[in-house]
Ligand binder design. Sequence first.
Ligand code: NAD
Ligand code: IPM
Ligand code: MN
Length: 359
Amino acid sequence: MSTRIVTLPGDGIGPEIMEAGLRVLAAAAQQGGFEYSADEHPFGGAGIDACGSPYPEATRVAVHEADAVLLAAIGGPAWDDAPDRPEAGLLRMRQDLGLFANLRPTRVTAARAGRSPLRPEIVAGADFVIVRELTGGIYFGQPRRLGDDEAFDTMRYRRDEIERIARVAFETARTRRGRVTLVDKANVLASSKLWRRVVGEVAVEYPDVHQDAMYVDAAAMKLVSDPRRFDVILTENLFGDILSDEAAEITGSLGTIPSQSRGASGPAVYEPIHGSAPDIAGQGIADPISMIASVSLMLRGSVGRADVADRIDAAVDAAVSAGEITPDLGGTATTTEATDAIIRHLSTEFSKGAHDDQH
Ligand code: NAD
Ligand code: IPM
Ligand code: MN
């Protein structure tokens, strides 16, 4: 079966890292023996420029018909004053596809420990995933209003929205080390109090999973003082947005972290957690790892080729160990050079596999 992939390169460094991801995907398909089609569409600022909308109708139709969506990044100063911003297009796509669950993995492999801004003895071996609720909370809650003298947003959650994301977290924990930490602000916020209650109820259905809870301020602190204590972090939309950038940075660079967004049915979206990085766009130095790791997550989650994903992850680690990395990780490679290195290591991984198969 051929997987139908819709690609949304977007803005800023988006097209630069999308090209890198697609080169790795092509190499992986050729050596791993799977078929796919990649169909590119305008989205974000590119959608505004091409069609007058950050989520053009033709793009909307295409993502609904896809098996998986690869998104790079959107946004930038050129569209910051647009009446309908690129970011609004992203939020609309998440809502439109019902992508309520956003999984953001953080792993400090041995190859990465020395690249972290934190001491290796604190971070080495840290391995957790943030399960972020993606279609509710203050991002979407009504009422909201921007006036001249007053403005407000509403952090609103329904029980069923909390239950379904909690189940994703507990199911994810079952495939990992069996621990869920709910991160909330239940000492202050009503919505967080409901989260504590509902997550506690769902936890009863998963007696094999250990569940605890932490206030978000303390969790922000623990992420840098003791990141190894976490396995699955379950949290609402805004806290998940903030904590995932913080978590990403402990691996050495935000530019290396992928994500999967999924709903109850329909295509999942795979994308780096970072934005369009206008400060480095056009310089050819964007880290391609976040996009390549997103391709790897897609092979696990939507193509059924975890074996190939393992090889891509190993190739990325090998390139990092060899110092074939972009400036964000402390190297001097360009995006193209770092991608070339990963593709070379991927071939090595496949030839190791072929060797293993013969014995
Ligand atoms: P950003 O994530 O784009 O960049 C933050 C910092 O990380 C910058 O210094 C940037 O250079 C660096 N960085 C990010 N990705 C990198 C990579 N692959 N390689 C090397 N360095 C990398 O955040 P920002 O600057 O606050 O936002 C820029 C724009 O992106 C805004 O319009 C914002 O709304 C948008 N945004 C989009 C997404 C998305 O597409 N999902 C996510 C976050 C922000
Ligand atoms: C992310 C981004 C988005 C978010 C923005 C661009 C709407 O920061 O994917 O983390 O806040 O969810
Ligand atoms: Mn974010």
